[in-house]
Structures are given as structure tokens and as C-alpha cells.
Design a protein around this ligand. Structure first.
Ligand code: GLY
Length: 458
């Protein structure tokens, strides 16, 4: 049954208002719910870490979900029809502080930092510069996740509205980030309630992502800017989920083959013997490595915290999709590196695992939420999964404490505090960021599924 029809303003044809039919098929919606419930029931029976017990204290979880829903609804209301997509809060920096964090390493210190941040915007909400910003899919995704978690109809309406803004992205080919942008928005729309327009947008985007694959190199090209010949960043492992998803939608093995070739080449060249990862590996046209370096980490040979999180998440997905033990081994080795290297009392990592170990060093809550989500999935796939689940639960409880979780009405409507986007570029240092919220909500959803908990029972 069709119950929603939305107007979609076609931005490529100025002044023309075209109809974009967003068809939410209730039958599929209930089928999906049934599959989820069956999955949860099997999970309850099988997973050693499941079985909700009477008396379990899920007060933290209920509070986290309520705060998340309140923050997101208030933000969607405030943004209203301005077509702005919330991204983070503007931050500044002191030059001495940055130099100390980078330990004055000339490879990461950027001359552009000599330009002072604009003080007028400090502390205000920062929006995506347009739908072509790499983070544009996260706010719509947050709305979908919060809707699925709480069943709040207002969140569903907001999710549809903000997802529709991104419709032109199905034609965009300019970055590997189209995987994040479309899978978090349209992917979640389709997973929540299938609609043919969403399916087509996902397939078109996957085709565009595959168009960035070079068979000689065996990788999807990440960026079209910069000094590198063919840059591939560890973050690119996150875009493989779109290809796996479209493989399932279409049955076309090409999507999966390209994803796995990318994963194999990355496994060969991105990792050090201790399973930490370089951020950027650039290739020559013949597939040999041009150079290995960082763009967002402390220095070329450091372990940028979010990069390690992207890596464990990506190889966990590869194992889920293939059951090939080499991916499980890789995911477990990266998880092992993260768990033994983290140096903070609450396990929320510093922005780089090699950053100065000082109370002033910013943390990265986004790295923690990506890691939590990955490790919950890994816990359901690995034989010794309990340790991963326990670690992820600890991360989630700590992120849900007042040290990281916003008070309703504060934090410019974001859910988590204390993420770091790109310290060497002076950008988004110790601030809320939309993707920290996204992976936090995804981790909560995975957590509740494993535990067999529904919002209404909390
Ligand atoms: N993918 C860009 C980042 O993680 O900052």
C-alpha cells in the first residue's frame, strides 16, 4: 500500500518542480520487520551474549535513545525547509596546540593552518557545504536509524524529507564517498521500507562507484584532488557495503567482485605487520605503490584512530558477505590492535593512537562509535565473539555517559560530543560530528538486535 508521495524539487532543472514518488511499501515494511524479528529470535537462542534478563539495567540505553530522538527531531525542525544538512560545530585552534599535537612533524603540518579560523562562526552549527559534501548522507541516515529504533513517526517523516534532498547524488561520480552518502541515506530508506526509486538510485550509485575501479591497480579510486597519482584511503573500505548491498538487490556478481578485489589489494598494501593501517596508499598506473602517507593522522607512519575503525568495520563486512576466513582473520587482527593499543581509561581513543598522551589531546568519539558497531557485528561472526561484544558494550556505555552524550537541547542538536575530523587540517577538532552520531545509532541498533531488546520494553 502506498502511503506517502513527496514533492521533489529537481535541482538540475531550475524552477521546475517535478514529482519524485517516494513509495513506501507497507507490505515490504512488515516483511522486513518479520525478518528482523525472526533474526532477533534466532539471535536470542544462539548468541552467548544475548538473552535479555529481567532486572538487566538498560536505563542508559533508554536514555540514549530518548536523547537521540529529541536532538534529531529538534534539529530537523530548526533546519525546516532550508535544505541545509547539519554536519558538526565550528571549532578553532591555537597554532601552538596543533604544533604540539603533530609534534611539529613537517610531513603533516599544513601551511594553510597559518590562516586563522573565522571567529564569528565558532560554536555555531556547521552545515554541509552542499549535498556533495562527503558527510551529507549521515543526517538523513541518523533520522532513519532513530526512527527504526524508536518507531517515532515524526522521525520517519523527517527522514523521508532529508533523504529526498540527496536524489541528484545518484548521478555523481566525483568521489568514492558516494558510498557513504547514498548507502546511509537511500540505503537506510530502502532497508526500512522498499521503494523502487530508492532501489534505482542505489544501483546507479553503485555503477558510478564501480566506474572508479581500476582493474590494473585492483582498487576503487578514493579522491580526485591532491598530489597523488591514484589515492586509496582506508576509509574506502566503508564504501564496499553499498556494492555488497546492490549485489544482493540485483544478483549481479560484478559489484561483489569489485568490492572484494578492492579489499584484497588494500589488505596487501595498507597494513603494517602489527595490523595498524596507513591512511593513504597511492598507486602508479601499473599497480605498484607510489607512496604511503597520511592526510588526517599525526604523521605518515602513525595510526589515525578513525582509520583503524574504518578498517575493522570493512573487513568484518567482507567476512559477513563471503565467510572467507582470511577476512575474519584480518578483522580480528585489526580489532586486536585497537583493543591492545587504546590508552584512555574509558577506551574512547585519542584522535590518533600515536598522539601525545596528555589530558589536552582530543579524543575521537566517532572512531569509538564506528569500532563499537563493527565489533558488535564481529562478535556475531567470530567463535570467540564475547570479548568483542563486551568491548563494544563498554564503548557504548561510555559514549552514553554525560561525558560524551549531549544534554537534550544542547550541543547544537547533535547526539555525541568530542569527535575529531581532521586535526592536521585544523578542521573539526573536539566537536560533535554527524557520522559519530550515525555509527553510534547503528551500534545501538546492532546491540539491541543481539540482545533481543525492543524500545517499547525498556
Ligand atoms: N572519510 C573521511 C574521514 O573519515 O574523515
Amino acid at each position: 500500500m502506498i502511503y506517502t508521495v513527496l514533492l521533489y524539487r529537481n535541482t538540475s532543472v531550475p524552477g521546475i518542480l517535478s514529482l519524485h514518488l517516494y513509495l513506501l511499501n507497507k507490505k515490504n515494511f512488515y516483511m522486513n520487520k518479520l525478518i528482523l524479528l525472526c533474526g532477533a529470535a534466532i539471535g536470542i537462542g544462539l548468541a552467548s551474549c544475548s538473552s535479555p534478563q529481567k532486572g538487566d539495567d538498560y536505563g542508559w540505553l533508554k536514555h540514549a535513545l530518548n536523547v537521540s530522538a529529541t536532538q534529531l527531531k529538534a534539529t530537523a525542525d530548526e533546519v525546516n525547509d532550508t535544505v541545509l544538512l547539519p554536519r558538526s560545530i565550528w571549532t578553532g585552534y591555537e597554532m601552538d596546540f596543533l604544533c604540539n599535537q603533530l609534534e611539529r612533524d613537517p610531513s603533516t603540518f599544513r601551511d594553510s593552518l597559518r590562516v586563522k579560523p573565522v571567529t564569528a562562526t565558532l560554536g555555531t552549527r556547521r552545515y554541509c557545504f552542499s549535498i556533495y559534501d562527503w558527510t551529507s548522507g549521515f543526517f538523513p541516515g541518523n533520522l532513519w536509524l532513530a526512527y527504526r529504533l524508536t518507531g517515532d513517526k515524526q522521525l520517519e517523516q523527517d527522514a523521508i524529507r532529508f533523504t529526498n534532498y540527496l536524489y541528484p547524488l545518484r548521478e555523481y561520480k566525483g568521489t568514492h564517498d558516494i558510498g557513504f552518502m547514498m548507502n546511509c541515506s537511500y540505503g537506510n530508506a530502502y532497508r526500512t521500507a522498499s521503494a523502487d526509486s530508492a532501489r534505482q538510485a542505489l544501483i546507479q550509485t553503485a555503477d558510478n562507484l564501480c566506474g572508479r575501479f581500476d582493474p590494473q591497480i585492483g582498487c576503487i579510486r578514493s579522491w580526485d584532488f591532491g598530489r597523488w597519482n591514484f589515492p586509496v584511503i582506508i576509509d574506502n573500505m566503508m564504501n564496499l557495503d553499498l556494492l555488497f548491498y546492490v549485489y544482493h538487490l540485483t544478483g549481479d556478481e560484478r559489484y561483489k567482485d569489485i568490492a572484494l578485489k578492492h579489499a584484497d589489494t588494500t589488505m596487501k598494501n595498507h597494513f603494517r605487520p602489527d595490523y595498524s593501517s596507513w591512511h593513504v596508499v597511492s598507486y602508479n598506473n601499473d599497480g605498484t605503490v607510489e607512496l604511503k602517507c597520511t592526510h588526517q593522522g599525526k604523521n605518515d607512519d602513525s595510526s589515525w584512530a578513525r582509520g583503524q575503525a574504518w578498517a575493522v568495520y570493512g573487513y568484518t563486512s567482507c567476512y559477513r558477505e563471503t565467510k572467507d576466513p582470511k577476512y575474519l582473520e584480518q578483522a580480528q587482527n585489526i580489532a586486536g590492535y585497537i583493543m591492545k593499543t587504546v590508552s584512555t581509561n574509558d577506551s574512547i581513543p585519542l584522535w590518533d593512537y600515536n598522539a601525545p598522551d596528555s589530558p589536552q589531546t582530543p579524543r575521537d568519539a566517532s572512531a569509538a562509535s564506528v569500532t563499537a558497531s563493527a565489533l558488535i557485528e564481529l562478535s556475531t561472526l567470530a567463535e570467540n565473539g564475547q570479548a568483542y561484544f563486551d568491548y563494544a558494550e563498554r564503548l557504548l556505555k561510555n559514549l552514553s555517559s554525560p561525558a560524551y552524550l549531549a544534554q537534550p537541547g544542547e550541543n547544537q542538536g547533535f547526539i555525541l560530543k568530542h569527535s575529531t575530523g581532521s586535526l592536521p587540517n585544523g578542521s573539526e577538532i573536539d566537536t560533535p560530528i554527524n557520522y559519530a552520531d550515525y555509527y553510534y545509532l547503528e551500534a545501538l541498533e546492532r546491540y539491541m538486535k543481539v540482545k533481543g531488546i525492543q524500545y517499547g520494553e525498556l
